[in-house]
Design a protein around this ligand. Structure first.
Ligand SMILES: Nc1ncnc2c1ncn2[C@@H]1O[C@H](COP(=O)(O)OP(=O)(O)OP(=O)(O)O)[C@@H](O)[C@H]1O
Length: 446
């Protein structure tokens, strides 16, 4: 698990017109939220003065409601809607006042990936920790059971609607190597679908929005976090999800998984990204069908980049490297010369994912035989237009799916030479990311 939690999200206050209609089979889908990035005919655009804010990494279009909302003061809430302090949001792993105990293998802490997500700008997270001092021997604290307890996660349609930022911890099951080298000893114990207990000296309890247990399936995780995010985008909200965590904790498995189809079906082990697009296109087809009379049409375009050693490369055209980040009053923050491809179905997306994944920098370390050495960002811009009341309406949303490189300790990963340089850059960028959110978070209180 990582030491910091940082996240994106904001609460749009003045959601506006053009409710996104639900289809006849809406019982299967969460009810739509009031649309955000929905705008009337471009000729009716109002001139807006855009306030530049360097904190936002999620792009928003100029002249859109989302741009305005990004610069509003985010509402910071806990699970129960109360304000909470910054220190809560910054702790997901214990500050180690006591030494770690070793079980002889490389993995002595529980491995967990944080899936963080939100819409547009940024806000707080809802994690917190409390310490419980215990005077018993450490080995007694180890959770040695073969089976980890199962806690069901609730599929809640309002997942992204009520709280803009959600932190979900996913616990990875022990790998075969870990089981051989250290048996079933775990130093994390899940207590509920929200709390984890770190069983070190000075037990520490952490509370998150959601804790997904070892046994959660890729499909279930998608239904809990991915499906509501697609609904969000269809309602015109920018959305961002990123996986953050220690190397080998399961970020790429969670975000991508096995990217292939068997008899036109996604593999059981395929991760959030392919599932999100499979669902997105099925929803698009339904919406276009049910709103034929409005001539509703969607278009989606995708890009895929990596940040490696602080340089941006187009994963869909690896010769296009050292791309520059630019900021424009109309486009917001964007990557210059990054290719965008039109996609019409999940197959088009899978091709891009496979192509990009094959170009991503991977290497073997002691902690992960296929360690991602770069951060990757898969972006989809979803645009739609329809006719109503003699006007043409436009709506757009940006979906960012980010698989961060894992934080690592040189001692554990055994990184040397180029691997060590990569690791230093990875750790530096992750801590910059964490710091940025902390600063932004503090500003909300001032
Ligand atoms: N929930 C899970 N169930 C089964 N296997 C998993 C799970 N999560 C991860 N794994 C396996 O653990 C290994 C490491 O996972 P993965 O490569 O996704 O880690 P990572 O966090 O992306 O690492 P890095 O930061 O080094 O790239 C892989 O072999 C993956 O298949």
């Amino acid at each position: 698990m990582s030491r910091e939690i940082s996240s994106f999200g904001f609460v749009p206050r003045n959601a506006n017109e053009n409710d996104f209609e639900t289809s006849s089979s809406s019982t299967h889908f969460p009810p739509p939220r009031t649309p955000l990035n929905s705008i009337p005919d471009p000729s009716q655009y109002l001139k807006e003065s855009r306030i530049q804010d360097e904190h936002y990494v999620v792009d928003s279009r100029d002249k859109s409601e989302s741009t305005r909302a990004l610069h509003r003061t985010p509402k910071l809430t806990t699970r129960h809607g109360k304000l909470h302090s910054e220190s809560n949001s910054a702790q997901s792993t214990p500050a180690r006042t006591a030494p770690r105990y070793s079980l002889g293998g490389p993995c002595v802490t529980g491995r967990a990936t944080q899936v963080l997500g939100g819409r547009g700008g940024l806000s707080s997270t809802s994690s917190s920790s409390s310490r419980v001092q215990r005077g018993v021997s450490m080995i007694d604290d180890l959770n040695l059971s073969v089976e980890a307890p199962h806690f069901e996660l609730i599929e809640d349609p309002s997942f992204w609607r009520d709280r803009n930022v959600q932190v979900l911890i996913r616990i990875r099951p022990l790998s075969a190597t870990e089981r051989v080298s250290q048996g079933y000893g775990r130093c994390l114990k899940q207590e509920s679908a929200q709390t984890l207990l770190w069983l070190g000296h000075m037990e520490t309890r952490f509370t998150f929005d959601h804790v997904a247990c070892e046994t959660i399936s890729q499909e279930k995780l998608f239904r809990v976090v991915g499906l509501p995010m697609v609904e969000n985008c269809l309602s015109g909200y920018n959305s961002c999800m990123f996986a953050y965590g220690q190397t080998g904790s399961g970020k790429t498995y969670t975000m991508m998984g096995d990217i292939y189809e068997v008899e036109d079906q996604l593999s059981e082990d395929c991760g959030l990204t392919p599932r999100i697009f499979e669902y997105l296109f099925s929803r698009i087809r339904m919406e276009e069908e049910s709103r034929k009379e409005e001539k509703l049409r969607f278009s989606c375009k995708c890009s895929f980049l990596e940040i490696y050693n602080e340089q941006i490369t187009d994963l869909l055209d690896p010769s296009s490297t050292n791309l520059q980040l630019r900021e424009d009053s109309k486009k917001g923050v964007y990557v210059e010369n990054l290719m965008e491809y039109n996609v019409r179905n999940v197959d088009d997306v899978l091709k891009l994912l496979l192509q990009g994944a094959s170009n991503r920098r991977m290497a073997a370390t002691n902690m992960n035989s296929e360690s991602s050495r770069s951060h990757s960002v898969f972006t989809c811009i979803i645009e739609s237009h329809w006719e109503k009341d003699s006007m043409t309406h436009f709506r757009f949303a940006r979906l960012n799916l980010v698989d961060l490189a894992g934080s690592e300790r040189q001692k554990s990963s055994g990184a040397e030479g180029d691997r060590l340089k990569e690791a230093a850059n990875i750790n530096k960028s992750l801590s910059t990311l964490g710091g940025r959110f902390r600063i932004s978070f503090l500003m909300e209180f001032l």
